[in-house]
Ligand binder design. Structure first.
Ligand code: GCB
Length: 608
């Protein structure tokens, strides 16, 4: 009996540790990788029949799961053996890609889809390690390799990886992934959003091969307090991570710094660097930075700059800047659905450039890494956002942990990108004690993790002391943020565009103000007078009036109107106008510019 209990406990311990998320390898961009993109076999499984047995117990938590478990990729032993699925005979989905826009029958689907990919892989050195890396998968993902569970991940927009070294074979490896995009109340985001819940392996999947002692993480940034100092840390992972030699080199600065890790495998450093070319909008200069151990070397391109605030100003390298921005969703402007490729990012950022932008708000969740890498190269500043949207379950501890984890993963991924200047905690969240605590804890966590960037959140505005014509921000979270941002829809959800002329602002916080959203719906090609909803003229009129109104805010330091391109949302059902598209784009989903595009472009051209 005791023996049974003990072996049960040991088994449970093994299972639960196997479920833990493994340390993220940053800079998957410049590592030794093999792509697993391409066609994957898939099974649609709305009842999660391949995950639970008929007593609703997960197969992957049983000692000897039956052949019905899809992660086993079972094959019948002979003609009399019963196996009720067969990946081989199934249709395929392209990875990266959402399933909704690839298969008509999955357009509105929310549930589980199983993916399977087979591949051969030989490590280039016996002692090397291999990891399977997912740049994102929406929303809950269970990963199995050669019939064993690697772990799971929650959150649709951030990267995660699992080590596969111990299970890897030279031939016929099979990776089975369960992706479930069911919306859940306690989730992040929650049930209710205004964008399409694209499911699937939406970004790149790859094998990363590393040496035994892998350079897992590093932070190499300009010291926010000293412009002649490069500061950060390097972290190794593996058997030999303790007291290991590490060298950071930045050839163009003639820097070669030798370091030694502590017993946890980490080393913090500060390097004096004189005569640096700072990363700026005019000259987005990126240095080649290499980090090397005895066994491996990894290279990155990093820009050095300072971002700070002083009173109501935002300073880039001590010089005040005005953020000429636009909000962007991560939809492909080239093919249908979720965007994930470099070409998608290029086109979106080129449009932003054409509009005169020096800044983009990546709404409402972390976008793919191409966006920030390109923004780094192009000299475009970036706001990155955690998908804490509207009515999250503020009191639920698991929801907080989930939000924190997603934020932590995007900070891990992008903390060396000069373009990223703002971490946004949330969008349009209703104030309450629980919400204020939730967001304040997130902000404190972020400041500790990355003290080099600014914190914000898209808040809401209200009447000032009951006066409908004076607007203010009286959200307690305004005291926590570095940059005070808010969304406002005067002229669309709140009266007609002419109302803007009557509104004044009384913003009492001595902080920079960014208008994170304003906008109006217009169907490209629909014309009429400026009072007719959905016409390009209405949207144009709203932009003209809104820009005049916002210019009366003394502390105004930037804008990111809603939004660059029309995007899909199941909330938007008006026939012949919306047909599942939110029409507040300045560009239609097929790339045509609406009249308001040119109003904003003109405003940005004239703005210092
Ligand atoms: C908002 C939300 C955004 C919506 C937009 C709209 O305030 O932040 O996600 O899409 O309004 O179009 O209503």
């Amino acid at each position: 009996m005791l023996k049974n209990v003990l072996s049960g406990l040991i088994f449970l311990a093994l299972v639960s540790s196997a479920f833990a998320q493994e340390p993220l390898l940053i800079n998957a961009y410049n590592r030794n990788t093999t792509s697993l993109n391409g066609y994957w076999k898939y099974i649609v499984d709305p009842y999660e029949n391949g995950y639970y047995n008929y007593r609703y117990e997960p197969f992957d938590q049983q000692k000897n799961p039956s052949k019905g478990a899809y992660f086993l990729n079972s094959k019948p032993d002979g003609p009399s053996d019963l196996v009720e699925y067969n990946f081989e005979k199934m249709d395929s989905l392209l990875v990266p890609g959402d399933w909704n826009t690839q298969k008509e029958r999955l357009f509105y689907y929310e549930g589980t889809v199983w993916y399977k990919k087979e591949f051969d892989y030989a490590l280039s050195k016996e002692s090397n390690r291999a990891f399977v890396y997912f740049e994102a998968s929406n929303y809950k993902t269970e990963v199995y390799f050669n019939g064993k569970k690697l772990g799971s991940h929650v959150g649709g927009f951030t990267p995660f990886n699992f080590e596969v070294t111990h299970l890897l074979k030279k031939k016929n490896n099979f990776l089975v992934v369960k992706v479930d995009n069911k919306r859940v109340k306690e989730g992040v985001p929650t049930l209710n959003t205004d964008w399409w819940n694209y499911g699937g392996l939406t970004r790149d999947v790859k094998i990363i091969e590393t040496s035994e002692s892998v350079i897992q993480d590093y932070f190499v940034q300009l010291d926010p307090k000293n412009k002649n100092n490069i500061k950060g840390y390097v972290s190794l992972n593996g058997q030999k991570k303790a007291f290991a030699d590490v060298e950071i080199s930045i050839p163009k600065l003639k820097i070669k710094q030798k370091l030694k890790t502590d017993n946890s495998g980490t080393v913090a450093f500060e390097i004096v660097a004189k005569n640096m070319t700072y990363w700026s909008l005019e000259n987005p200069f990126l240095y080649e930075v290499s980090i090397a151990t005895k066994a491996e070397k990894i290279t990155d391109t990093i820009g050095f700059r300072q971002i700070s605030t002083k009173g109501s100003k935002i300073l880039l390298n001590d010089v005040p800047i005005f953020l000429k921005g636009i909000s962007v969703h991560e939809e492909s402007p080239i093919r249908d659905g979720r965007g994930a490729s470099e070409e998608d990012a290029k086109k979106l950022l080129q449009w932003a450039r054409e509009l005169g932008c020096n800044y983009v708000r990546l709404a409402h969740y972390p976008h793919n890494e191409h966006m920030v890498r390109l923004a780094d190269k192009m000299g475009i500043l970036v706001w990155e956002e955690n998908p804490v949207y509207w009515t999250i379950s503020w009191k639920n501890e698991g929801t907080y942990e989930n939000a924190k984890n997603q934020l932590s993963e995007v900070i891990d991924r992008d903390k060396n990108r000069a373009s990223v200047i703002i971490w946004s905690m949330a969008n349009e969240t209703p104030t309450s004690k629980a919400r204020n605590t939730f967001l304040t804890n997130l902000a404190n966590f972020t400041k500790r993790k990355d003290p080099t960037r600014l914190i914000s959140a898209a808040l809401e505005q209200r009447d000032y002391k009951g006066n409908k014509f004076i607007r203010t921000i009286d959200d307690p979270f305004a005291d926590v943020v570095d940059v005070l941002s808010f969304n406002q829809y005067i002229g669309w959800y709140d009266g007609l565009p002419e109302k803007a002329a009557k509104i004044n602002w009384k913003i009492e916080q001595n902080k920079p103000v960014i208008i994170s959203e304003f906008g109006a719906g217009a169907k490209y090609g629909l014309h009429g007078n400026k009072y007719t909803r959905w016409t390009e003229e209405y949207q144009e009129y709203l932009y003209i009036e809104t820009l005049k109104m916002l210019s009366r805010i003394d502390q105004l330091q930037g804008l990111s109107p809603w939004i660059l391109v029309d995007f899909r949302s199941p909330r938007r059902v008006l026939p012949e106008i919306q047909d599942t598209w939110n029409r507040k784009g300045l560009i239609s989903e097929d790339g045509k510019k609406k009249k308001a595009f040119f109003v904003l472009k003109n405003f940005y051209e004239k703005k210092e």
